[in-house]
Write a protein that binds this ligand. Structure first.
Ligand SMILES: Nc1ncnc2c1ncn2[C@@H]1O[C@H](COP(=O)(O)OP(=O)(O)OP(=O)(O)O)[C@@H](O)[C@H]1O
Length: 332
């Protein structure tokens, strides 16, 4: 249940085409994450799947059924928003059960579904509270609970964690991953956050300006980016881009991740000066200013005492380098 197919899906606002003919298949039970820079169309695409936005051309099918023109309520899809969208005057219990009540489900069925969702999300102590009496993390769990009780074929999440603080984001992220395992449901998730995309996704879809740049598992995208855009987008801190002419001359640009640049005080391929150091506890990021390649980032394991202004050398691990042509496409 919950196989989703987009065929040549296009969206225009007036004369501006913001989604440009997207083809995508999300398999039953898959966790699919849309990433891409601000304004690339992630939310618009998700809203079209939900039926909250008309599709200008193309089709959306769910388990083989064409839902392109169906009303949102008919689609058997539940959406969780960044802003929770809870009813302030209703208790947690009533917020979670409202959709089932409106669908005319029996009292017994409603109670059972609400109890199950409350238990999965550890919300039992809060069932009689109203949203204003909950923390942000608890409110988002209620919003997720409201989606679960409906047992939809497909869950959609639009940046559900972005209003939470760092610790709660991690906890809720782990909770969403656990829910996905327990429910075995198909989920499509929009985020800006690298770590969320890498840790939650079976499949990441990288979007740019309404077009799919690459689709693959997190490690496929990390190890095998198709172009400089995907290479720069997946991985944090960002991949370094060096001028190939000054290295081995393969292609136009050489990509090397911060963890694959060796830093030394005595000798190496590229000379530079330490411009900034960030000690993160378990790792240290050293930013090195170079004449030919600009500012490069090095990631070191553990704590290091490089000082700003210190002359250093860098050596790329040639076996881990990526080569790109003048058009930004990867050379194989
Ligand atoms: N109702 C609308 N009318 C006109 N243009 C719109 C409308 N909604 C979105 N857009 C435009 O469509 C493009 C895609 O917007 P969308 O919100 O889908 O991007 P996004 O990738 O989700 O961005 P963000 O990460 O910032 O939320 C943007 O250029 C946006 O300005």
């Amino acid at each position: 249940m919950g196989a989703l197919t987009l065929s040549k899906v296009t969206k225009s606002f007036g004369k501006t085409e913001v989604i440009k003919g997207i083809d995508l298949h999300v398999a039953e039970g898959e966790f699919c994450v849309f990433v891409g820079p601000s304004g690339c169309g992630k939310s618009t695409l998700l809203r079209m799947i939900a039926g909250l936005e008309d599709v200008s051309a193309g089709s959306v099918t769910l388990d083989g059924r064409d839902i392109t023109n169906e009303a949102p309520a008919q689609r058997e899809i539940a959406m969780v928003f960044q802003t929770y969208a809870l009813y302030p005057h209703l208790t947690v219990r009533d917020n979670m059960s409202l959709a089932l009540k409106q669908a005319g489900e029996s009292r017994a069925r409603i109670d059972q579904a609400t109890a199950r969702a409350a238990s999965m999300l550890a919300l039992e102590p809060y069932l009689d509270r109203r949203p204003a009496e909950l923390s942000g993390g608890q409110r988002q769990r209620v919003a997720i609970g409201r989606a679960i009780v409906r047992t939809p074929k497909l869950f959609l999440f639009d940046e559900p964690l972005s209003n939470l603080d760092a610790a709660l984001r991690v906890a809720t992220r782990i909770e969403i991953a656990r829910l996905h395992r327990e429910l075995g449901a198909t989920m499509v998730y929009v985020t800006h956050d690298q770590v969320e995309a890498m840790t939650l996704a079976d499949k990441i879809v990288v979007l740019r300006a309404g077009v799919v740049e690459q689709v693959g598992s997190p490690m496929e995208l990390y190890n095998n980016p198709a172009n400089t855009f995907v290479a720069g987008f997946i991985g944090s801190p960002q991949m370094n881009f060096l001028k190939s002419a000054a290295l081995d001359g393969r292609g136009e640009t050489t990509g090397i991740r911060p963890e694959h640049l060796e830093l030394s005080r005595e000798g190496g391929r590229i000379a530079g000066t330490v411009s900034h150091v960030e000690k993160l506890g378990g790792e240290t990021l050293v930013y090195v200013r170079t004449e030919l390649h600009g500012l490069l980032t090095v990631r070191l394991f553990g704590e290091h005492d490089y000082a700003v202004g210190e002359p250093v050398h860098l050596t790329p691990d040639a076996a881990r380098a990526f080569h790109f042509g003048p058009d930004g496409q990867r050379l194989r």
